[in-house]
Ligand binder design. Structure first.
Ligand code: URA
Length: 449
C-alpha cells in the first residue's frame, strides 16, 4: 500500500489490480485507515484519468451485492440528484415516468443532509413502510411500475467506507471520487436508464455550472462505458426548488403539483426528468414526444393516481393527503416583506441551515427528524413584492424555533429595488453526444397546447 500511495502521490496511474488490492484491504481491515486517507488525499491533488475512474467505479460496484432487475417487465429506470434544497422532483417525476410505462425500483437512503432525503420525506405519510419483503417489492414494481425502499442490501460497501473517510479528511470535493461514488451506487442498483440532476450553486456540492458540467460528463461516460443509458441535467441550486423545504411540506407540494400544477421551476424540471427517462429508455422517439406524454400523464391525473398507488402499496394512509389535512406543525408563522421590490434571490444554503435547525434534517444518522417542520416560500425569485406582503410561512414545533427561523429567513431573501434578469433553472444537458446548452434544447421541453 505504501508503494501505491507513493505512485499516486507522484502522479502515476493505478491499475485495476492495484485499485482492487486497495479496496479489498480497506474493507477487510488489512490496510489501515490512515493509508486509505493518504491515498484519498493523493487522489484529491493528483486526480485520476478517466480510465482509472472507470476502474475505481467498477471495483466499488464489485465490492458488494448488485441488484438484478431482469425479472421485472419493461425498461427499468432510475434518477439521481446530487442533492439540493427543496428538491422533491423524485416524488413527481417517478409517478409520471411509471404512468408512461417505465419500471422504477428506487433505493433511497435516509439523508444526512440539512434537509431530509426522499425516504425521509415519504415517512411523513402515516404508515408508509420503507422496508418491504423482496418478493412483495418485485410484485409491486411489476404491478404498478413503482417501488421505493431504503437500502437494505449490502450494495457498494467500499463506497460507504471511502465516503466516511473522505468526510473526515476534507477529500469529498474531488471530481473522480464523487463520480465513482455516485455512479457505483446507481450501477449496483441495476437500472438500465439513469437520469442525473447535477446541481450547482450555493445549495449544492458544485460551486459553479462549469464544474457541474465536468462532473456530469464524467458520470455519463462512466455509465455509458458500463452499458447503461445515462444523461444528466445541469441545474441551478442558488435558490430552493419550488416552494416547500421540509419533509411533510415537500410531500404536500409534490402532491399539489401532480394534482393542480405548481411552481414553474419545479414543474419544468420534474417533467423534464421524467421525459428524459422515457426518451433514454426508448419509449419515445424524440425528447419532444417524451415531454408531451409526460405532460399528458400530469394533466389527466395519472401521475397523481400513481403516487397514491405507491404510497398505499407500501402501507401509507393517504387520506390526509387527499383531504388536504396533511400539514400539522403546531406553530405556523408568516414572514412579511420588510420593503417593496423585486425578489432577486433566496439563498438556498441559508434556507437549508434554518430548516435543519427547525428539526427537519439530521446531524447524525441516528437523530430523529421532525417531519412536520419547514418553510413554504410564497414569493420566489422573479416575483415583485409590496412591503407587508407575505414572503413565506415558517412551520415550527414551537414559537421559539419559529422566531429564529423567521429572522434567518428574512436574511436569506435578497429583495432588490429594480427588476433584473434571472438565469434559467436548467443550464444544460449532458448525454452521450456531449453537452447541450439549455437554449439549444429548451424547445423540446415545452408541451404543445
Ligand atoms: N454523493 C455521493 O453519493 N457521493 C459523493 O461523493 C458526493 C455526493
Amino acid at each position: 500500500m505504501y508503494d501505491l500511495i507513493a505512485k499516486k502521490r507522484d502522479g502515476g496511474e493505478l491499475s485495476r489490480e492495484e485499485i482492487a488490492f486497495w479496496l479489498g484491504g480497506c474493507l477487510d481491515g488489512s490496510i489501515p485507515d490512515y493509508q486509505t486517507a493518504a491515498m484519498l488525499m493523493a487522489i484529491y491533488f493528483r486526480g485520476m484519468t478517466e480510465g482509472e475512474t472507470f476502474l475505481l467505479t467498477e471495483e466499488i460496484v464489485k465490492s458488494g451485492e448488485q441488484l438484478d432487475l431482469s425479472a421485472l417487465p419493461g425498461v427499468k429506470a432510475d434518477k439521481h440528484s446530487t442533492g439540493g434544497v427543496g428538491d422533491k422532483t423524485t416524488l413527481i417525476a417517478m409517478p409520471l415516468a411509471a404512468a408512461e410505462g417505465l419500471t422504477i425500483l428506487k433505493m433511497s437512503g435516509r439523508s444526512l443532509g440539512k434537509t431530509g432525503g426522499t425516504a425521509d420525506k415519504l415517512e411523513s405519510v402515516a404508515g408508509f413502510r420503507l422496508t418491504v419483503p423482496e418478493d412483495e417489492l418485485f410484485r409491486q414494481a411489476a404491478e404498478i411500475g413503482l417501488a421505493l425502499i431504503s437500502q437494505s442490501r449490502n450494495l457498494t460497501p467500499a463506497d460507504k467506507r471511502l465516503y466516511a473517510l473522505r468526510d473526515m479528511t476534507a477529500t469529498v470535493d474531488s471530481l473522480p471520487l464523487i463520480a465513482a461514488s455516485v455512479m457505483s451506487k446507481k450501477l449496483a442498483a441495476g437500472a438500465e436508464v439513469i437520469v442525473l440532476d447535477v446541481k450547482f450553486g450555493s445549495g449544492a456540492f458544485m460551486p459553479d455550472a462549469e464544474s457541474a458540467v465536468r462532473l456530469a460528463e464524467l458520470m455519463v461516460k462512466i455509465g455509458t462505458n458500463y452499458g447503461r443509458r445515462v444523461s444528466a441535467f445541469i441545474t441551478s441550486m442558488e435558490a430552493p426548488l419550488g416552494a416547500a423545504v421540509g419533509n411533510a411540506l415537500e410531500v404536500w407540494e409534490a402532491a399539489e403539483v401532480l394534482r393542480h400544477g405548481g411552481a414553474v421551476d419545479l414543474l419544468l424540471l420534474s417533467q423534464a426528468l421524467a421525459a428524459e427517462q422515457l426518451y433514454q429508455g426508448g419509449l419515445a422517439d424524440s425528447r419532444k414526444l417524451a415531454f408531451g406524454r409526460v405532460h399528458t400523464a400530469l394533466s389527466d391525473g395519472r401521475g397523481w393516481q400513481r403516487l397514491l398507488q405507491l404510497l398505499q402499496a407500501q402501507g401509507g394512509d393517504t387520506s390526509a393527503l387527499e383531504s388536504g389535512d396533511f400539514l400539522c406543525a403546531p406553530c405556523v408563522v408568516s414572514v412579511l416583506a420588510p420593503q417593496s421590490g423585486f425578489v432577486r434571490g433566496i439563498n438556498a444554503s441559508q434556507v437549508a441551515t434554518l430548516v435543519q435547525h427547525l428539526g427537519a434534517g439530521r446531524m447524525k444518522l441516528e437523530d430523529e427528524i421532525d417531519h412536520r417542520v419547514g418553510v413554504w416560500l410564497d414569493k420566489k425569485p422573479g416575483d415583485t413584492v409590496q412591503a407587508g406582503d407575505r414572503l413565506a410561512q415558517v412551520y415550527a414545533a414551537d414559537e421559539e424555533h419559529a422566531d429564529v427561523a423567521v429572522r434567518d429567513l428574512l436574511t436569506a431573501y435578497d429583495i432588490a429595488d429594480v427588476p433584473c434578469e434571472l438565469p434559467s433553472l436548467i443550464y444544460g444537458l449532458v448525454d452521450d453526444g456531449g453537452f447541450h446548452a439549455w437554449n439549444d434544447i429548451a424547445d423540446n421541453f415545452v408541451a404543445e397546447v
